[in-house]
Design a binder for this molecule. Structure first.
Ligand SMILES: [Zn+2]
Length: 250
């Protein structure tokens, strides 16, 4: 067993007993870790707790590589997650990104994913409320790309042809990108018109289009893509909650 300190962000926690909590964090040096924090419920009751979801700081834990659950020593918070928790839309949006990372479950740590995720949470914390849906979509696609699943939207994933800017395409989840109008005519994937494709390209660069058309369709596309490539076809609860809080329900 060794004592390890690493930058970390708290993504989820749940009570384990009267006094303890299990924390799930994404860390820069260890990737996704679960730690058992004994006695923290008692200490947070005394006002020392800074274990708010989305807090960023330095985690110190006793780590045994063969174990799934490590032992918590300390979490020195540098940026409290409390402000995200005070707004339901921001919290729901941040939860979407957290769930993508939690479900990805990659065995190897990725400092790039850590950077991407913590920058995304900062952006969702500070973005004006009217821009939260766009920010979550942009950060969601960039996170997916950083995890290694960037969708291909410049060429047809089936025949390889360069796509015409005016073409109506079909999204092919299993191939991880779009099909041209010819290859897409008998494909059942969602239709991607010229406007939607341009908006998706903008979101993939991390920018929000000035007028974000059909945000509900964009959210569904991101959800279905994540479901296909990352979550092992398990639907993501946070997308539904976020869509509902953002007023994007059917
Ligand atoms: Zn084609």
């Amino acid at each position: 067993m060794s004592v390890v300190s690493t930058p970390a962000v708290l993504l989820r926690s749940f009570n384990y007993s009267e006094t303890s909590r299990v924390l799930r964090l994404y860390t820069k040096d260890l990737g996704l870790v679960s730690v058992m924090a004994k006695g923290v419920r008692r200490s947070s009751a005394r006002g020392h707790g800074a274990l708010d979801t989305f807090s960023r700081g330095e985690l110190t834990a006793y780590v045994r590589p063969t174990r799934d659950l490590q032992t918590f020593k300390e979490f020195a918070v540098e940026e409290a997650g409390g402000s995200l928790g005070r707004d339901v839309l921001r919290f729901a949006g941040a939860s979407v990104l957290a769930e993508i990372v939690l479900l990805h479950a990659a065995p190897d740590p990725s400092p790039q994913v850590f950077e991407r995720l913590t920058n995304a949470l900062r952006r969702i914390d500070t973005e004006p409320l009217a821009g939260i849906v766009g920010a979550v979509l942009a950060e969601g696609w960039m996170l997916v790309a950083t995890l290694g699943y960037e969708p291909h939207i410049d060429r047809c994933v089936h025949c390889g042809k360069t796509l015409d800017a005016t073409e109506v395409l079909r999204f092919d989840f299993s191939a991880g990108g779009v099909r041209c109008s010819g290859c897409g005519s008998d494909h059942s994937g969602p239709r991607v018109g010229p406007g939607a494709r341009q908006q998706l390209a903008t979101l993939l660069r991390g920018t929000v289009p000035e007028v974000l058309g059909k945000p509900r369709a964009h959210l569904r596309l991101l959800h279905d893509f994540v479901t296909y490539h990352i979550s092992g076809s398990k639907p993501l609860k946070t997308f539904k909650i976020f869509g509902s809080v953002a007023g994007l329900d059917e």
